[in-house]
Design a binder for this molecule. Structure first.
Ligand code: HEM
Length: 126
């Protein structure tokens, strides 16, 4: 899960550079878009894979009720926000509209929710 968050953070940083260029605060480097896409796609899949592992581990490894902790609530929120960011990202990629602002906002919120989930998960560590 930690690895997926590192990749997601790198995708966010690449996205933020795109944003700076779009707002005219930095020079646009064409390689930055490719870098963002290269990082963002696997990041979303890795986050979702890690998310799916949570309830599986609670049920089968710990024999505890899944979705009953603050960690699970924050994790669900983060997963939903990552999916929403990815859906708008796909639309941007394929040229179906220009929801850049909403995509960036969802990406930042997804990262914040994931950080919250990580902090809330510390109490569950053995
Ligand atoms: C499948 C996943 C994703 C796809 C396909 C995708 C695609 C894109 C595309 C095409 C752009 C516009 C690039 C341009 O201006 O030419 C963009 C911008 C951006 N993306 Fe993503 N993205 C994805 C996931 C994410 C995630 C997970 C985050 C954050 C963690 C993120 C954060 C950003 C930000 C901050 C921008 C800049 C928006 C702006 O200009 O205001 N993206 N993305």
């Amino acid at each position: 899960m930690l690895a997926s968050l590192v990749v997601a953070f790198a995708a966010l940083r690449a996205g933020m550079r795109l944003r700076q260029a779009r707002l005219g605060r930095a020079r646009r480097d064409p390689a930055q878009r490719a870098r963002h896409l290269r990082l963002a796609r696997p990041a979303v899949w890795l986050v979702l894979l890690g998310f799916a592992g949570g309830p599986v581990s609670m049920l089968w490894l710990r024999s505890e009720r899944p979705f009953g902790t603050a960690h699970a609530v924050a994790g669900c929120l983060a997963a939903a926000l990552f999916v929403a960011a990815a859906v708008l990202g796909r639309r941007l990629e394929s040229g179906r509209g220009r929801p850049v602002g909403a995509h960036a906002l969802l990406g930042v919120l997804a990262m914040l929710a994931a950080a919250l989930a990580a902090v809330a998960g510390f109490v569950l560590l053995p």
